[in-house]
Ligand binder design. Structure first.
Ligand SMILES: [Zn+2]
Length: 166
């Protein structure tokens, strides 16, 4: 564990005493996400007034998690909603992205486009145009998806290294 990890861990434990929260609750209450949000907001708060006020909300979420489980359905929904709005602020105002954002986005786009071409191939096939058309569009579909996955993977890695991931 290097020094930065130690500092981050200490900050995490100031928010909630992680050891006291059962693993199942950590999962249910999205603790890893809460900790990531807390770190990003703490980093950005010197330059952003909204982030400074979000720190209070995050402290409140940490307190809820420490003293309140099991939460009622309503407070659990509110809890998730607050996290969602914090993530939205980080995305909109600071240009942060979700985990695997680029892979998901690029693969979806290329897959949709590829499927459209395959459908076109099928239409051409129904008009008696050679089977080759369909083969070409299928191969192109696979190539496109693999290619866009690779690009997305490296974009995500670069974003992560810059600390721009929620
Ligand atoms: Zn902010």
């Amino acid at each position: 564990m290097n020094n930065n990890d130690k500092l981050a861990r200490a900050a995490d434990n100031r928010l909630v005493r992680i050891e006291d929260i059962p693993i199942s609750d950590q999962k249910r209450y999205r603790l890893p996400l809460l900790l990531r949000l807390a770190r990003q907001v703490a980093t950005l708060s010197p330059e952003c007034e909204i982030c400074r006020s979000l720190q209070l909300q995050i402290a409140q979420l940490g307190a809820d998690l420490t003293y309140r489980p099991p939460m009622s359905r309503q407070s659990f929904e509110d809890y998730l909603l607050v996290m969602k709005s914090i993530a939205t602020h980080l995305r909109r105002s600071h240009g942060l992205v979700d985990k695997r954002y680029y892979v998901k986005r690029y693969v979806l786009i290329s897959f949709t486009f590829g499927i459209m071409l395959v459908l076109l191939g099928l239409i051409l096939l129904s008009f008696g145009v050679t089977l080759l058309t369909l083969n070409i569009t299928l191969i192109a579909l696979i190539t496109r998806v693999v290619f866009s996955y690779t690009i997305g993977y490296f974009m995500d890695r670069r974003t992560r290294k810059r600390g721009r991931v929620i």
